[in-house]
Structure formats: C-alpha cells, structure tokens
Ligand binder design. Structure first.
Ligand code: TXA
Ligand code: MG
Length: 337
C-alpha cells in the first residue's frame, strides 16, 4: 500500500469512519489518529508504528467539555485548561471506564490534550468523538513535522495522510501528570515549559527524567531514554564553536564526512558541512526546525551528526530532552540535570 497525501478533511474522516488510521497535522507534530470508539483501528496504530502494547496513547478532544466523559476533571485541571487549551499541554488524569484499556495500556490513568491546529479541530468536529493519536513515526524514530516526513517513514503502511503544512511548534506537547493534585509532575518537557507551568500554578511542579522513567515505567510509560533517533549516529556537545576532540579517533569522526549543527548562527560564514537550527537566533525557531533538520540530514548520508546543546531553561529544556534521547554519544562536559 502507498499512502495518498491530500488536503481533504472529508476524505480523512471517511477513512477514520472505515476504521483506518489517518495521519493528521497538529501544532506540535503529525499524529496517527483513530477514533476512541474503534478498537480495531487503535490496534492498527500499534501495529503500523511497531509500538509496544505497554505504551499508552494520548486522547485528543475539542475542549474541556468533552473531558468529563473520559477523565476526572478537578478544579486544577479546569484552571490549567482555561489557561493553556487549546494548545500543546497534555494532562495525565484518572480515567473513566469509558476509555478502553488498549488506549491506556491497562493503566488507571489517561493522557488527554486539546490541540489548537485548525485542521485537526475540523476533523474532530466532523467525526464528533475524541481521537487517539501518537506521533506518526515508527517506534523510537524521529517525529514527523511535515506530511513528507510521514510519507517517508510510514507511507508504505498508511492509507491517507492529511497535509496541513509544517507543524509550527515542531516538538511534542508538554505532559504533566495531575494524578496527585498537590504535586503535579512534569513527565515530558515541551513547548509549555516547566517554568511557565510553575509560574502559573504557584506550586512546585516535580520533574521526571529519562532515568526515573526507565526505572518506574508505570509513572511515565514510553518515555524511553533512547527515542527520536536519526539513523545517522548523533554526537551531542555543549558548544560547537569551542568543542575540541579529546582523542585522534574522536577528531577523525568529528572531521570526516560529518555535519555540524549550530543552535544559532556562528560569528563567521557557514561551511558546506554546517547547518543552523535558528537563523534568527531564537529557541522557538530552533525547536520548530529540530526534527525536520534531523530528518533531512538522514537523507543526506553523512557519517555522523554533531549538534550542540540549548540553554537548560524554558523551551531549551525540551530541545535538550529530545537531543538527550536522540544522542548516540553524549560528549557534553557541562551535563545539565
Ligand atoms: O504533541 C503530542 O503530544 C503528539 C501529537 C500527535 O499530539 N503526540 C505524541 O504522542 O507525542 P506519543 O504517543 O508519541 O507520545 C505520548 C507520550 C508517550 O510517551 C506515552 O507513554 C505518554 O505520552 N503517555 C500516554 N498516556 C500516558 C499515561 N496514562 N501516563 C503517563 N504517560 C502517558
Ligand atoms: Mg512519539
């Protein structure tokens, strides 16, 4: 099967009603969607992605009104939804029995978000029920931010890819667990930063990192240490302009057929083997371009990719989180927590 790439919401809805998962754009990354009520279609999502059955999916809703049927809505959830929905913030909440086990991997909690992408919302409105959607990539590979990425990675198994252009944010949603009202826990850094959440809530927000997640899979299932990996080995350094290889072998890898990815433009002209994530010098642009850059470099057949860290604050945390999971070798000296 070779997927059709089109711009018709009606066509997408037709496939979904027939029980066939469809790739849809969100403001973060492309998702692979199926209706909450269609278990057979949800099963196909796991199969197409080659995703382990213990890794639960995010349910996408039009607004807080649709949440009542799915999860327990507390005053804290209400407050956060009023401020950040629609947008890239996913809540982990106590689930209601209406949510099938296949969505939550048998857990008592469910992850829910309300996307702001107009085209995704058009599909939600037309289908009149929530859609479950993980990112539309094969397990542990780089998330897609364009319809062409989805086509490259999964076009062989999908029927329809709804093309809504490039995803403006480019990184997956922030995930916060609200299972303990008194102690919200950030499970995945994303476009809504830990600092912004704490400022708004005025209470401490805990953080789960990849190490914790691997030791306690029930807390943050699916937050694997290795994830988002390009096929080309990726070396992660503090700062490319000051990086000095520590051995002849390292120097060889650094210099031979390698591509160097700067966060912001260096103070000199670029070499053919150099790229910049944000020509304008801001983290939003760097985040929006990160996955697209990794996907493009994989196609260019370099022997290695060398990329530098973002400052460990705000959106920089989400960029570093994705880099930490994509890295084949971590050569940073100023390792951030
Ligand atoms: O921006 C996004 O969130 C994108 C778009 C498509 O909405 N979706 C996305 O889905 O990134 P996915 O499946 O690639 O990542 C969802 C993460 C996984 O790590 C999963 O384990 C976690 O959310 N998750 C889902 N349900 C959970 C739950 N009940 N408790 C803890 N973590 C959960
Ligand atoms: Mg994913």
């Amino acid at each position: 099967m070779r997927a059709i790439v089109g711009t018709s919401v009606e066509e997408a809805v037709r496939w979904l009603r027939q029980g066939e998962p469809v790739a849809l754009p969100t403001e973060t990354v492309y998702g692979l969607a199926a209706p909450l009520s269609k278990e057979s279609a949800i099963r196909k999502i796991y199969a197409y992605k080659q995703r382990p059955a213990h890794n639960p999916l995010i349910v996408h809703v039009l607004g807080v009104e649709s949440l009542q049927a799915i999860a327990e809505v507390t005053p804290l959830v209400q407050r956060l939804a009023e401020r950040f929905w629609p947008g890239p913030l996913t809540f982990v909440l106590k689930k209601k029995p209406s949510v099938p086990d296949i969505v939550t991997a048998g857990q008592a909690s469910v992850a829910v978000r309300c996307p702001s992408s107009p085209i995704f919302r058009d599909v939600l409105t037309a289908i009149q029920e929530p859609l479950v959607a993980p990112s539309a990539n094969r397990f542990q590979q780089v998330s897609p931010t364009t319809a062409a990425h989805v086509m490259n990675n999964m076009g062989d198994v999908l029927s329809y890819i709804l093309d809504g252009g490039a995803c403006p944010l480019g990184l997956e949603s922030t995930i916060v667990s609200l299972l303990d009202e008194c102690r919200p826990m950030l499970l995945r850094d994303g476009p809504i930063s830990w600092e912004v959440l704490q400022d708004f809530l005025k209470i401490p927000v805990g953080r789960s990192n990849a190490v914790v997640a691997e030791k306690m899979p029930h807390l943050a299932p699916g937050l694997y240490k290795r994830h988002y990996s390009p096929k080309t080995p990726l070396y992660w350094v503090d700062c490319l302009s000051t990086f000095a290889p520590s051995s002849d072998e390292e120097r060889k890898i650094f210099q031979e057929q390698s591509v160097h990815v700067f966060l912001f433009p260096p103070l000199r002209s670029l070499q053919p083997c150099e790229r910049v994530l944000s020509p304008w010098g801001n983290l939003e642009e760097a985040a929006a371009n990160l996955f697209a850059c990794l996907q493009a470099l994989d196609e260019e057949h370099w022997r290695s990719i060398w990329i530098e860290s973002a400052p460990q604050q705000g959106l920089g945390r989400a960029i570093n989180d994705r880099l930490s999971r994509a890295a084949y070798v971590d050569l940073r000296k100023n390792q951030c927590p």
